[in-house]
Design a protein around this ligand. Sequence first.
Ligand code: 13P
Ligand code: SF4
Length: 334
Amino acid sequence: MPEVTPALLESLRPAYEKVRHVIPEVEWAVHAPYIARINELKKERNAVILAHNYQTPDIFYGVADITGDSLGLARDAAEVDADVIVQCGVHFMAETSKILAPEKTVLLPDMDAGCSLAEGITGADVRLLKERYPGVPVVVYVNTSAEVKAEADICCTSSNAVEIVESLGSDRVIFAPDKYLGQWVASQTDVEVILYEGSCEVHERFTGEEIETYRRQHPGVYVLAHPECPQDVLKAADYVGSTGHMIKHLEETTAKQVVMITECSMSDNVSAEHPEKDFIRPCNLCPHMQRITLPKILEALENMAPEVTVPDTVIAGARDSLQRMLDVGRKKAA
Ligand code: 13P
Ligand code: SF4
Protein backbone atom coordinates (compact mmCIF):
# COMPACT_ATOMS: atom_id res chain seq x y z
CA MET A 1 0.00 0.00 0.00
CA PRO A 2 1.46 3.45 -0.85
CA GLU A 3 2.53 5.70 2.02
CA VAL A 4 0.59 8.89 2.73
CA THR A 5 3.04 11.50 1.45
CA PRO A 6 2.41 15.13 0.43
CA ALA A 7 3.00 14.01 -3.18
CA LEU A 8 0.32 11.31 -2.92
CA LEU A 9 -2.17 13.76 -1.41
CA GLU A 10 -1.33 16.29 -4.12
CA SER A 11 -1.99 13.72 -6.87
CA LEU A 12 -5.47 13.15 -5.39
CA ARG A 13 -6.21 16.87 -4.93
CA PRO A 14 -8.78 17.09 -7.82
CA ALA A 15 -10.82 14.27 -6.25
CA TYR A 16 -10.52 15.83 -2.79
CA GLU A 17 -11.76 19.19 -4.05
CA LYS A 18 -15.06 17.45 -4.93
CA VAL A 19 -15.57 15.98 -1.46
CA ARG A 20 -13.92 18.41 0.95
CA HIS A 21 -17.37 19.71 2.06
CA VAL A 22 -18.26 16.21 3.35
CA ILE A 23 -14.91 14.51 4.15
CA PRO A 24 -12.49 16.20 6.59
CA GLU A 25 -8.78 16.22 5.59
CA VAL A 26 -7.80 13.78 8.35
CA GLU A 27 -10.32 11.25 7.07
CA TRP A 28 -9.22 11.76 3.45
CA ALA A 29 -5.65 10.89 4.50
CA VAL A 30 -6.98 7.48 5.58
CA HIS A 31 -8.77 6.95 2.24
CA ALA A 32 -5.90 8.24 0.06
CA PRO A 33 -3.61 5.15 -0.01
CA TYR A 34 -6.58 2.89 -0.78
CA ILE A 35 -7.71 5.18 -3.60
CA ALA A 36 -4.20 5.30 -5.08
CA ARG A 37 -3.71 1.52 -4.91
CA ILE A 38 -7.20 0.72 -6.26
CA ASN A 39 -6.63 3.03 -9.22
CA GLU A 40 -3.30 1.28 -9.97
CA LEU A 41 -4.85 -2.18 -9.68
CA LYS A 42 -7.72 -1.24 -11.98
CA LYS A 43 -5.18 -0.65 -14.76
CA GLU A 44 -3.32 -3.90 -14.04
CA ARG A 45 -6.54 -5.92 -14.13
CA ASN A 46 -8.18 -4.00 -17.00
CA ALA A 47 -11.06 -3.37 -14.60
CA VAL A 48 -13.71 -0.66 -14.39
CA ILE A 49 -15.61 0.38 -11.31
CA LEU A 50 -19.34 0.92 -11.78
CA ALA A 51 -20.74 2.82 -8.81
CA HIS A 52 -24.37 3.48 -8.00
CA ASN A 53 -25.43 7.02 -7.01
CA TYR A 54 -25.81 5.82 -3.38
CA GLN A 55 -22.14 4.95 -2.93
CA THR A 56 -20.22 7.11 -0.48
CA PRO A 57 -18.29 10.13 -1.84
CA ASP A 58 -14.82 8.54 -1.26
CA ILE A 59 -15.84 5.76 -3.70
CA PHE A 60 -17.95 7.95 -5.99
CA TYR A 61 -15.25 10.57 -6.57
CA GLY A 62 -12.13 8.59 -5.61
CA VAL A 63 -12.26 5.37 -7.63
CA ALA A 64 -15.47 5.09 -9.71
CA ASP A 65 -15.11 5.12 -13.51
CA ILE A 66 -18.82 5.15 -14.26
CA THR A 67 -21.57 6.35 -11.93
CA GLY A 68 -25.32 6.33 -12.36
CA ASP A 69 -28.72 4.88 -11.59
CA SER A 70 -29.71 1.24 -12.06
CA LEU A 71 -30.70 1.74 -15.70
CA GLY A 72 -27.55 3.65 -16.63
CA LEU A 73 -25.28 1.11 -14.92
CA ALA A 74 -27.04 -1.80 -16.67
CA ARG A 75 -26.56 -0.14 -20.07
CA ASP A 76 -22.91 0.62 -19.34
CA ALA A 77 -22.17 -2.90 -18.08
CA ALA A 78 -23.27 -4.24 -21.46
CA GLU A 79 -21.10 -1.80 -23.39
CA VAL A 80 -18.00 -1.08 -21.32
CA ASP A 81 -14.66 -2.22 -22.74
CA ALA A 82 -12.94 -4.07 -19.84
CA ASP A 83 -12.22 -7.60 -18.64
CA VAL A 84 -13.43 -6.98 -15.11
CA ILE A 85 -16.33 -5.02 -13.60
CA VAL A 86 -16.17 -4.13 -9.92
CA GLN A 87 -19.77 -3.40 -8.97
CA CYS A 88 -20.02 -0.85 -6.21
CA GLY A 89 -23.67 -1.29 -5.40
CA VAL A 90 -25.79 -4.22 -4.31
CA HIS A 91 -26.06 -7.85 -5.40
CA PHE A 92 -28.87 -7.49 -7.95
CA MET A 93 -26.85 -4.78 -9.73
CA ALA A 94 -23.82 -7.08 -9.98
CA GLU A 95 -26.05 -9.89 -11.24
CA THR A 96 -27.52 -7.57 -13.86
CA SER A 97 -24.00 -6.71 -15.06
CA LYS A 98 -23.09 -10.39 -15.26
CA ILE A 99 -26.27 -11.24 -17.19
CA LEU A 100 -25.65 -8.46 -19.71
CA ALA A 101 -21.88 -9.01 -19.93
CA PRO A 102 -21.41 -12.77 -19.27
CA GLU A 103 -17.90 -12.77 -20.74
CA LYS A 104 -16.67 -10.33 -18.07
CA THR A 105 -15.61 -11.15 -14.52
CA VAL A 106 -17.98 -9.30 -12.18
CA LEU A 107 -16.76 -8.67 -8.64
CA LEU A 108 -18.97 -7.53 -5.76
CA PRO A 109 -16.77 -6.37 -2.86
CA ASP A 110 -19.26 -7.65 -0.27
CA MET A 111 -21.57 -10.53 -1.18
CA ASP A 112 -23.90 -9.61 1.70
CA ALA A 113 -24.83 -6.32 0.02
CA GLY A 114 -28.45 -7.29 -0.64
CA CYS A 115 -31.71 -5.37 -1.03
CA SER A 116 -34.99 -5.71 0.88
CA LEU A 117 -36.94 -5.60 -2.39
CA ALA A 118 -34.91 -8.34 -4.05
CA GLU A 119 -35.14 -10.49 -0.93
CA GLY A 120 -38.93 -10.11 -0.74
CA ILE A 121 -39.78 -12.17 -3.83
CA THR A 122 -38.75 -15.51 -5.35
CA GLY A 123 -39.23 -17.17 -8.72
CA ALA A 124 -41.92 -19.37 -7.12
CA ASP A 125 -43.83 -16.22 -6.06
CA VAL A 126 -43.85 -15.00 -9.67
CA ARG A 127 -45.08 -18.39 -10.88
CA LEU A 128 -47.96 -18.17 -8.36
CA LEU A 129 -48.86 -14.69 -9.61
CA LYS A 130 -48.94 -16.00 -13.18
CA GLU A 131 -51.23 -18.86 -12.14
CA ARG A 132 -53.52 -16.42 -10.39
CA TYR A 133 -53.69 -13.97 -13.31
CA PRO A 134 -53.28 -16.13 -16.43
CA GLY A 135 -52.20 -14.21 -19.52
CA VAL A 136 -51.48 -10.96 -17.66
CA PRO A 137 -47.93 -9.75 -18.45
CA VAL A 138 -45.46 -9.58 -15.57
CA VAL A 139 -43.19 -6.56 -15.11
CA VAL A 140 -40.50 -6.95 -12.46
CA TYR A 141 -38.41 -4.18 -10.99
CA VAL A 142 -34.70 -4.61 -11.68
CA ASN A 143 -34.25 -4.83 -7.87
CA THR A 144 -34.83 -8.62 -8.03
CA SER A 145 -32.78 -11.79 -8.35
CA ALA A 146 -31.91 -13.33 -11.73
CA GLU A 147 -34.33 -16.15 -10.93
CA VAL A 148 -37.21 -13.65 -10.59
CA LYS A 149 -36.21 -11.81 -13.77
CA ALA A 150 -36.21 -15.14 -15.62
CA GLU A 151 -39.87 -15.72 -14.68
CA ALA A 152 -40.99 -12.25 -15.81
CA ASP A 153 -41.92 -10.89 -19.24
CA ILE A 154 -39.88 -7.73 -18.87
CA CYS A 155 -37.86 -5.73 -16.32
CA CYS A 156 -38.08 -2.05 -15.48
CA THR A 157 -36.19 0.42 -13.33
CA SER A 158 -37.52 3.50 -11.59
CA SER A 159 -36.34 5.52 -14.63
CA ASN A 160 -38.59 3.76 -17.12
CA ALA A 161 -41.34 1.95 -15.14
CA VAL A 162 -44.30 3.85 -16.66
CA GLU A 163 -42.90 3.55 -20.19
CA ILE A 164 -42.30 -0.21 -19.78
CA VAL A 165 -45.81 -0.85 -18.41
CA GLU A 166 -47.34 1.08 -21.32
CA SER A 167 -45.10 -0.61 -23.90
CA LEU A 168 -46.82 -3.97 -23.34
CA GLY A 169 -50.09 -2.89 -24.99
CA SER A 170 -52.11 -4.65 -22.26
CA ASP A 171 -54.85 -3.04 -20.17
CA ARG A 172 -53.62 -4.96 -17.04
CA VAL A 173 -50.13 -5.80 -15.84
CA ILE A 174 -48.69 -7.52 -12.78
CA PHE A 175 -46.05 -5.29 -11.19
CA ALA A 176 -43.63 -6.67 -8.58
CA PRO A 177 -42.18 -6.42 -6.05
CA ASP A 178 -42.28 -2.73 -5.00
CA LYS A 179 -45.85 -1.76 -4.05
CA TYR A 180 -44.94 1.92 -3.76
CA LEU A 181 -43.29 2.13 -7.17
CA GLY A 182 -46.29 0.16 -8.50
CA GLN A 183 -48.72 2.66 -6.95
CA TRP A 184 -46.72 5.51 -8.47
CA VAL A 185 -46.90 3.86 -11.91
CA ALA A 186 -50.66 3.31 -11.47
CA SER A 187 -51.10 7.03 -10.74
CA GLN A 188 -49.35 7.91 -14.03
CA THR A 189 -51.11 5.55 -16.46
CA ASP A 190 -54.51 4.17 -17.48
CA VAL A 191 -53.15 0.61 -17.38
CA GLU A 192 -54.49 -1.39 -14.40
CA VAL A 193 -51.55 -2.33 -12.17
CA ILE A 194 -51.78 -5.48 -10.04
CA LEU A 195 -49.48 -4.90 -7.07
CA TYR A 196 -47.27 -7.14 -4.95
CA GLU A 197 -46.45 -6.60 -1.25
CA GLY A 198 -42.77 -5.54 -1.38
CA SER A 199 -41.01 -2.36 -0.24
CA CYS A 200 -37.63 -0.76 0.22
CA GLU A 201 -36.59 -0.63 3.87
CA VAL A 202 -34.93 2.76 3.32
CA HIS A 203 -37.61 4.65 1.37
CA GLU A 204 -40.63 3.28 3.23
CA ARG A 205 -39.47 5.15 6.35
CA PHE A 206 -40.11 8.59 4.84
CA THR A 207 -43.50 10.16 5.61
CA GLY A 208 -45.65 12.95 4.21
CA GLU A 209 -45.54 14.68 7.62
CA GLU A 210 -41.77 14.80 7.38
CA ILE A 211 -42.08 16.67 4.06
CA GLU A 212 -44.51 19.14 5.64
CA THR A 213 -42.00 19.72 8.44
CA TYR A 214 -39.23 20.51 5.90
CA ARG A 215 -41.56 22.92 4.16
CA ARG A 216 -42.42 24.65 7.44
CA GLN A 217 -38.80 24.84 8.59
CA HIS A 218 -37.40 25.84 5.17
CA PRO A 219 -39.99 27.90 3.27
CA GLY A 220 -39.45 27.61 -0.49
CA VAL A 221 -37.50 24.31 -0.24
CA TYR A 222 -37.75 22.19 -3.41
CA VAL A 223 -38.56 18.53 -2.69
CA LEU A 224 -37.40 15.69 -4.95
CA ALA A 225 -38.47 12.15 -4.04
CA HIS A 226 -37.70 8.63 -5.23
CA PRO A 227 -40.77 6.63 -6.36
CA GLU A 228 -39.95 3.85 -3.85
CA CYS A 229 -41.39 6.22 -1.19
CA PRO A 230 -44.97 5.88 0.10
CA GLN A 231 -47.71 7.72 -1.77
CA ASP A 232 -48.19 10.53 0.78
CA VAL A 233 -44.51 11.44 0.32
CA LEU A 234 -44.80 11.43 -3.48
CA LYS A 235 -47.96 13.55 -3.35
CA ALA A 236 -46.15 16.10 -1.19
CA ALA A 237 -43.05 16.24 -3.45
CA ASP A 238 -42.35 18.77 -6.22
CA TYR A 239 -40.66 16.17 -8.40
CA VAL A 240 -40.65 12.35 -8.43
CA GLY A 241 -37.97 10.38 -10.26
CA SER A 242 -35.22 7.78 -10.20
CA THR A 243 -31.85 8.75 -8.74
CA GLY A 244 -30.59 9.59 -12.24
CA HIS A 245 -33.67 11.64 -13.11
CA MET A 246 -33.46 13.53 -9.80
CA ILE A 247 -29.87 14.51 -10.56
CA LYS A 248 -30.80 15.66 -14.07
CA HIS A 249 -33.84 17.55 -12.83
CA LEU A 250 -31.79 19.32 -10.18
CA GLU A 251 -29.63 20.79 -12.93
CA GLU A 252 -32.74 22.38 -14.41
CA THR A 253 -34.26 23.87 -11.23
CA THR A 254 -33.38 27.32 -10.04
CA ALA A 255 -34.41 26.51 -6.44
CA LYS A 256 -31.75 27.56 -3.94
CA GLN A 257 -32.67 25.09 -1.21
CA VAL A 258 -33.41 21.45 -2.00
CA VAL A 259 -34.11 18.17 -0.24
CA MET A 260 -33.67 14.76 -1.87
CA ILE A 261 -35.96 12.18 -0.30
CA THR A 262 -33.82 9.13 -0.89
CA GLU A 263 -30.68 7.42 0.41
CA CYS A 264 -28.54 10.14 1.92
CA SER A 265 -25.10 9.49 0.39
CA MET A 266 -26.61 10.74 -2.84
CA SER A 267 -27.03 14.28 -1.49
CA ASP A 268 -23.35 14.26 -0.51
CA ASN A 269 -22.38 13.28 -4.07
CA VAL A 270 -24.76 15.63 -5.84
CA SER A 271 -23.98 18.61 -3.64
CA ALA A 272 -20.36 18.47 -4.87
CA GLU A 273 -21.63 19.42 -8.34
CA HIS A 274 -23.98 22.12 -7.01
CA PRO A 275 -22.15 24.37 -4.55
CA GLU A 276 -24.73 27.08 -5.36
CA LYS A 277 -27.51 25.03 -3.71
CA ASP A 278 -28.21 24.42 -0.07
CA PHE A 279 -29.04 20.74 0.57
CA ILE A 280 -31.22 19.77 3.53
CA ARG A 281 -30.02 16.27 4.33
CA PRO A 282 -32.39 13.85 6.01
CA CYS A 283 -30.22 10.80 6.60
CA ASN A 284 -31.68 7.40 5.74
CA LEU A 285 -28.73 5.21 4.78
CA CYS A 286 -29.08 1.94 2.88
CA PRO A 287 -27.25 -0.61 5.07
CA HIS A 288 -26.59 -2.78 2.02
CA MET A 289 -25.02 -0.04 -0.10
CA GLN A 290 -22.91 0.96 2.90
CA ARG A 291 -21.29 -2.48 3.01
CA ILE A 292 -19.14 -1.48 0.06
CA THR A 293 -15.97 0.23 1.32
CA LEU A 294 -12.56 1.13 -0.12
CA PRO A 295 -10.72 -1.67 1.80
CA LYS A 296 -13.21 -4.23 0.44
CA ILE A 297 -12.85 -2.91 -3.12
CA LEU A 298 -9.08 -3.21 -2.82
CA GLU A 299 -9.35 -6.74 -1.47
CA ALA A 300 -11.69 -7.71 -4.31
CA LEU A 301 -9.26 -6.46 -6.94
CA GLU A 302 -6.29 -8.10 -5.22
CA ASN A 303 -7.97 -11.50 -4.91
CA MET A 304 -10.26 -11.23 -7.96
CA ALA A 305 -13.07 -12.29 -5.62
CA PRO A 306 -15.86 -12.47 -4.58
CA GLU A 307 -17.10 -13.11 -8.08
CA VAL A 308 -20.80 -12.97 -8.99
CA THR A 309 -22.06 -15.77 -11.22
CA VAL A 310 -25.54 -16.54 -12.50
CA PRO A 311 -26.79 -20.14 -12.84
CA ASP A 312 -27.11 -21.44 -16.42
CA THR A 313 -30.72 -22.39 -15.70
CA VAL A 314 -31.82 -18.75 -15.34
CA ILE A 315 -29.32 -16.61 -17.26
CA ALA A 316 -31.04 -16.80 -20.67
CA GLY A 317 -34.51 -16.01 -19.27
CA ALA A 318 -33.17 -13.15 -17.13
CA ARG A 319 -31.28 -11.74 -20.12
CA ASP A 320 -34.47 -11.79 -22.23
CA SER A 321 -36.35 -9.74 -19.60
CA LEU A 322 -33.51 -7.22 -19.30
CA GLN A 323 -32.96 -7.04 -23.05
CA ARG A 324 -36.66 -6.37 -23.72
CA MET A 325 -36.43 -3.46 -21.29
CA LEU A 326 -33.32 -2.03 -22.98
CA ASP A 327 -34.95 -2.47 -26.40
CA VAL A 328 -37.97 -0.36 -25.35
CA GLY A 329 -35.54 2.47 -24.49
CA ARG A 330 -33.73 2.03 -27.83
CA LYS A 331 -36.96 2.09 -29.87
CA LYS A 332 -37.96 5.33 -28.14
CA ALA A 333 -34.54 6.90 -28.81
CA ALA A 334 -34.60 5.87 -32.52
P1 13P B 1 -32.38 3.95 -9.13
O1 13P B 1 -32.65 3.05 -10.27
O2 13P B 1 -33.29 5.13 -9.09
O3 13P B 1 -30.95 4.33 -9.10
O4 13P B 1 -32.74 3.19 -7.78
C1 13P B 1 -32.05 2.08 -7.32
C2 13P B 1 -32.35 1.81 -5.93
O5 13P B 1 -31.95 0.83 -5.35
C3 13P B 1 -33.18 2.78 -5.24
O6 13P B 1 -33.29 2.45 -3.92
FE1 SF4 C 1 -32.67 -1.93 -2.02
FE2 SF4 C 1 -33.74 0.17 -0.85
FE3 SF4 C 1 -31.14 -0.26 -0.57
FE4 SF4 C 1 -32.15 0.55 -2.94
S1 SF4 C 1 -32.12 1.69 -1.04
S2 SF4 C 1 -30.67 -1.09 -2.60
S3 SF4 C 1 -34.14 -0.50 -2.94
S4 SF4 C 1 -32.80 -1.58 0.19
